[in-house]
Ligand binder design. Structure first.
Ligand SMILES: NC(=O)c1ccc[n+]([C@@H]2O[C@H](COP(=O)([O-])OP(=O)(O)OC[C@H]3O[C@@H](n4cnc5c(N)ncnc54)[C@H](O)[C@@H]3O)[C@@H](O)[C@H]2O)c1
Length: 276
């Protein structure tokens, strides 16, 4: 497979290491870096090649979507964030290349979601949404056509992990001694007010009841060991609860390492005889 990556940060680098460890070697690798940062990304890839020998001299680094398309990727993985999605993903989809969209929270921007869907339709490409930091998305998406879904998601973190968000106005994060729900609203509102935490709520919304009907609670909990995600689903077909305690990835504490494994799964499934 000829693989393209948009962004070369924590997810991209960890993904390449996992591909190597699991015996998957892309026939070609192209990396789309921010304009002006190609040389930096090339140097980082060269340094990472010590752990991922397949990288040594093998990656083409480009700085725009046309350059990436020039490398004829079979699959592109976006792992650059909302700005990278808006800047590059429509062109990739319009060119008919399937794309794993890791920054799922970008789809909470209704105008951007519409433009991505239009570009994919025009190009005959698919936007593949990985489960990311949550699980059970298969069941939620399967239940959605039955209608009558009620979904409530609770995202819980230690108080200081909410620093730099509107939670600071509602709580004194330094002195909090007990669990506090500081946000209750729709997945759309959660993504708007807490964009750096939008991915999980957006993934649940897109799989299930939509951005308006999916309820979100955000919680500061001094007893939380790390980033906890839990959600409950009620439907006429089945009810279930999920609770996930994720470990942070080494390169970016805000990204759960299981997110990278979910992207690995999408890439491996793409090449596997049996996809699961
Ligand atoms: N679906 C999920 O559950 C989930 C979970 C965690 C993170 N994410 C998403 O994945 C993204 C990447 O996570 P990460 O841990 O690798 O972050 P990171 O900050 O380590 O890496 C992002 C990289 O993308 C690059 N970049 C940014 N804008 C770009 C652009 N316009 N063009 C090319 N490159 C660009 C940055 O320079 C950086 O190197 C996050 O922004 C987040 O939205 C999704």
């Amino acid at each position: 497979m000829r693989l393209g990556l948009i962004g070369y940060g924590n997810i991209a680098a960890t993904l390449l290491g996992l591909l190597e460890r699991t015996g998957v070697r892309p026939a070609h690798l192209a990396v789309l870096a921010r304009p002006g940062s190609g040389a930096t990304v090339r140097a980082r890839i060269a340094a990472d090649a010590a752990d991922v020998p397949a990288l040594a001299g093998a990656a083409t680094v480009v700085e725009d979507a046309a350059g990436l398309l020039g490398c004829a990727p079979d699959l592109v993985v976006e792992c650059a964030g909302h700005g990278g999605v808006a800047a590059h993903v429509p062109a990739i989809l319009r060119a008919g290349v399937d794309l794993v969209l890791v920054s799922v929270g970008a789809m909470s921007d209704a105008a951007l979601e519409a433009s991505l869907r239009a570009a994919a339709t025009e190009g005959g490409a698919r936007i593949i949404l990985p489960a990311g930091a949550v699980g059970g998305i298969d069941l939620l998406a399967a239940l959605a056509p039955a209608g009558g879904l009620e979904v409530i998601y609770r995202g819980s973190k230690p108080p200081r992990a909410w620093a730099g968000t509107p939670a600071e106005a509602a709580l004194d994060l330094d002195t909090l001694t007990e669990r506090r729900v500081f946000f209750q609203g729709s997945a759309r509102e959660a993504a708007r007010d807490y964009p750096k935490n939008a991915n999980v709520a957006a993934t649940l919304a897109l799989a299930g009841a939509g951005f308006e009907a999916t309820r979100v609670e955000l919680i500061a909990d001094p007893a939380a060991a790390g980033n906890m995600h839990s959600y409950e689903v009620r439907s006429p077909v089945a009810n279930y609860r999920m609770e996930i305690e994720n470990l942070p990835s080494a390169g970016n504490a805000k990204t759960s390492v299981s997110t990278v494994y979910s992207v690995l799964r999408e890439v491996r499934n793409r090449m596997a005889v049996v996809a699961i």
